[in-house]
Design a protein around this ligand. Structure first.
Ligand SMILES: [Zn+2]
Length: 280
């Protein structure tokens, strides 16, 4: 992690990144190699905004920059929660790439949305809080149906109607993990394995789900997706799952930057950063 800001602000970002890393790998990706992350924290918000071209973006992974293959660029004065969600979301994508490399895009995004709200606490971690935008879209009936989600090419998720697919993808993953008080949760890895092995068609996905959840039908799953979302929205209560986890003790090691290296990295970043490279 590189920064032009104070050592303290950098350590804060480092510690939270490391904690999130450990929480996600321990709870959801136990046998997955931990990918190395390289990042740059910009202490001046305006400078970051000029790079990202969007005042609402607080952090992004820029592909094909630096030795790890992508550089995390962070706005140092960003809202903490917002930044934590973005970092967790992208971390999940990296872990999925190692654990379930052929996972269909809609399942991949659903899992990243489900896990991005992870909260690291003193004696454990909390999962399951609904990402607010997706909960809102799902609850107002704007999310696509399960059938549409399964038919959608990956590009639909990144198109102008993307939010309708993301909302549905989150609701699907949410009911898979927490539906009926979590009774299906134990079969999650089996489902992910099955979903990445079948043909990428609605029929393939239906077969994968039927093999892992023989007692459930697709209409039942779809009903659970939106019924759960409506329940959470109206109750104002999320389905939080707490897991006991010893607090990670992170001892950041800091060193003076190598100006040559930073200059090279900054040039790559500049060359890459265009709005169309922004990741969800
Ligand atoms: Zn994503």
């Amino acid at each position: 992690m590189h920064s032009d800001g104070s050592r303290r602000s950098l350590e804060d970002v480092l510690v939270r990144l490391e904690e999130t890393h450990v929480a996600l790998t321990t709870a959801f990706f136990p046998d997955t190699d931990i990918p190395l992350i390289e990042g740059m924290v910009f202490s001046r918000g305006e400078e970051f905004e000029t790079l990202s071209g969007n005042p609402h973006v607080v952090g992004l992974f820029v592909p094909r920059v630096g030795p790890t293959g992508s550089l995390l660029a962070v706005r140092g004065d960003a809202d903490r929660d917002q930044l934590d969600h973005i970092v967790a979301h992208e971390l999940v994508h990296r872990l999925i790439l190692q654990a379930f490399p052929r996972l269909p895009v809609w399942v991949n995004e659903g899992l990243a949305l489900y896990l991005e709200t992870v909260q690291v606490r003193n004696k454990g971690v909390l999962f399951g809080a609904a990402p607010r935008d997706e909960l809102l879209v799902a609850n107002y009936g704007a999310a696509v149906s399960l059938a549409e989600l399964m038919q959608a090419p990956g590009s639909s998720l990144h198109g102008p109607d993307g939010h309708r697919y993301y909302a549905s993808a989150w609701a699907f993953m949410h009911q898979l993990i927490l539906g009926e008080n979590g009774r299906y949760y134990r079969r999650l890895s089996a489902a992910l394995r099955a979903l990445q092995e079948v043909e990428r068609t609605p029929r393939g996905y239906a077969e994968a789900l039927a093999a892992v959840y023989p007692e459930r039908t697709l209409p039942e799953m779809e009903h659970a997706m939106f019924a759960e979302a409506a329940w959470m929205y109206h109750m104002g209560a999320d389905h939080i799952v707490a897991m006991r986890l010893a607090r990670v003790s992170v001892e950041p090691v800091t060193a003076p930057a190598d100006p040559e290296y930073i200059r090279g990295l900054s040039l790559q970043l500049l060359a890459r950063l265009r709005p169309d490279y922004l990741l969800h």
